[in-house]
Design a protein around this ligand. Structure first.
Ligand SMILES: [Ca+2]
Ligand SMILES: [Ca+2]
Length: 156
């Protein structure tokens, strides 16, 4: 197993432990975060991280603890804030929902080039109603599904 794979496994493991009985919402992650942030400064330092992983019951070596910390601390300021924490631990969109979103995308993407432009949706070429378009766009955005530009979306 290479380092990247090992890291990914550890993240999945930690995610499962943080979300063990919840539905994978921000709420469970916020509870897990606060449990680790023992001095309540809304950031997790390395010491808190080490203890936090132990509290979670994650069986990791010192090297893995460090590797995870570095992976989570994306702005490299030596601490993990809540956004960094959530970015790594938020569960991927479940496959059923993802299929629904993809289906909606394909319906709107008339020329099947994998790109949805807002102007296309407004134009006469597309026969679905504007309300539905707006709904699908907001859905895609909400799930960060196509994190590109404001003006168009790309099929993942
Ligand atoms: Ca802290
Ligand atoms: Ca940071």
């Amino acid at each position: 197993m290479d380092v990247k794979e090992r890291l990914q496994n550890l993240i999945v493991n930690l995610r499962n432990r943080c979300l063990f009985k919840g539905v994978g919402g921000i709420k469970e992650l916020s509870v897990a975060f606060r449990r680790m942030d023992s001095d309540y400064n809304r950031r997790i330092c390395y010491q808190e991280w080490m203890e936090g992983l132990e509290i979670c019951g994650l069986d990791v070596t010192e090297e893995e603890t460090c590797m995870l910390f570095v992976a989570f601390d994306t702005d490299k300021n030596g601490e993990i804030d809540f956004l960094e924490f959530v970015a790594k631990l938020r569960p991927p969109m479940n496959s059923v929902r993802s299929a629904v979103v993809n289906e909606a995308f394909d319906m709107l993407d008339h020329d099947h080039n994998g790109v949805l432009e807002i102007d296309d949706l407004k134009s006469n070429r597309v026969t679905v109603d504007a309300f539905f378009c707006a709904y699908v766009f907001s859905l895609l955005r909400k799930h960060n599904y196509f994190p590109r530009y404001d003006c168009y979306l790309v099929r993942s």
